[in-house]
Design a protein around this ligand. Structure first.
Ligand code: SAM
Length: 409
């Protein structure tokens, strides 16, 4: 039997997450649409996510959660397990809240998929799926063809530090065939023992997880747990570009706290993701790709950089203090917080920088805003401040043409 058929069998037996809404609610991470907009759709001027594809939707739980957050979007949810799609449709009929989701039984590796689904998706979400698909290149090609030019692909995939890489080496020593999952008290006991060791190494505990997780994430015929660079390579071959990594957005804060972020100038967001992954490999990646290559601002050229325009993202709530007085280098305190990233920071900023943020609506060039600020700001200081706000996803910087388009000129 082909690998894909054996993978399908796992989900035919246990549609994921098996109606386990409580378990999903307990998930420590839920997809942040604000993060996707800020990092994956930087410069997208069309705002709302109108069309979303859920690739590998399981029993529909993920789609129902998304419907609550995007009540007006057109959601298409695909899975190749007939039973999963049947469960999803049955659950859908139970509530009016879940209307308007189109569930489709289809294989993500089938190259006829784009013509079946139609393209022009603003967002494709593929969480916990690609690690189990043998023909990654077909899936990536389909995603590239289904995305709108300004759209984003979110990929949740196993990383090289995933605990399964260790368990798949250790459990065969106790007679287990890692291709076949069979729950038992003995297995749970062994997993508990393994947890004791691997958790000391900072890895996630697995022994208390439900059978649907163990069947696919620990056991299973295929389980790709790869470095960020390998996932990025698969995407690049299909013409998709790495735009961001959830772990990097969070890790960058540490660099700011240690004041070491200027050392990373002029690296792009994708280059910073790559570097941070080398220093701190992930167990699970939450990655963003876009069809357009990232336009990294010209960090080292004063004139060129000042032609770009600044736009605040929706990822943070920035409590900008009101403009007060004319002392532009006076430092003011305020709070910057992000529910999605679960962080709140006390920030100190000189008045001139606050003014840049106040006027940062993505339409005016930095130089035109700075012209109104009668203070010669040293370029390295300006550049480093913009760089850290950009890497944290507080702001986006838009190239001159995009800024001009946005202002309608
Ligand atoms: C671990 S579940 C994840 C479900 C959902 N994305 C979530 O996070 O709750 C993986 C799902 O991907 C589906 N899947 C795996 N390979 C697929 C393929 N080639 N085409 C379509 N669906 C696939 C499986 O049937 C299963 O429902």
């Amino acid at each position: 039997m082909k690998i894909a058929d054996r993978v399908r069998q796992i989900y035919e037996r246990r549609p994921y997450p098996f109606g386990n809404y409580k378990a999903l609610k307990r998930r420590s991470w839920s997809l942040s649409l604000e993060w996707i907009d800020a990092i994956g759709r930087a410069g997208a001027r069309d705002g709302a996510l109108a069309r979303v594809l859920l690739a590998g939707c399981g029993d529909g739980t993920e789609a129902f959660n998304l419907r609550r957050r995007l009540p007006r979007a057109e959601i298409v949810a695909v899975d190749f397990s007939a039973r999963s799609i049947a469960v999803a449709r049955r659950l859908q009929r139970r509530s009016t809240e879940t209307r308007g989701i189109r569930f489709v039984e289809a294989d993500l590796t089938d190259l006829r998929l784009p013509s079946r689904l139609g393209g022009a998706f603003d967002l494709i979400i593929c969480h916990g799926v690609l690690s189990y698909i043998p023909k990654t290149e077909n899936v990536m090609k389909n995603f590239a063809r289904c995305l709108k030019p300004g759209g984003a692909l979110y990929l949740g995939v196993n990383g090289s530090r995933h605990v399964n890489t260790r368990l798949r080496r250790a459990l065969p020593a106790f007679g287990y065939d890692m291709n076949v999952f069979q729950d038992s008290a003995r297995l749970r006991g062994l997993l508990k023992m393994c947890d004791t060791v691997t958790s000391a190494d900072g890895l996630a505990r697995v022994s208390a997880h439900g059978p649907e997780f163990l069947a696919s994430d620990v056991f299973g015929v295929l389980n790709r747990s790869l470095d960020l660079s390998k996932w990025a390579l698969h995407a690049r071959r299909a013409g998709l570009h790495l735009a961001g990594n959830w772990a990097s957005t969070r890790l960058f804060r540490r660099l700011v706290e240690s004041d070491s972020h200027p050392l990373l100038v002029p690296r792009s967001r994708a280059q910073v993701c790559d570097l941070l992954e080398r220093l701190s490999p992930s167990q699970f990646h939450r990655l963003l790709f876009s069809a357009k290559a990232e336009s990294n601002p010209p960090w080292e050229e004063r004139r060129a950089l000042l032609k770009w325009s600044l736009a605040l993202t929706r990822l943070y709530r920035v409590g900008l203090p009101r403009a007060r007085g004319k002392v532009l280098d006076r430092v003011r305190k305020f709070t910057i917080a992000s529910v999605a990233l679960n962080l709140s920071m006390q920030w100190c900023m000189p008045e001139w920088e606050l003014e840049l943020l106040r006027r940062g609506d993505g339409t005016r060039s930095l130089s035109s805003v700075l012209r109104r600020i009668p203070l010669g700001v040293p370029f390295p200081e300006l550049r480093n401040q913009l760089y850290l706000l950009y890497q944290l996803g507080v702001i986006n910087l838009l190239p001159p043409a995009a800024g001009a388009r946005a202002s309608g000129s």
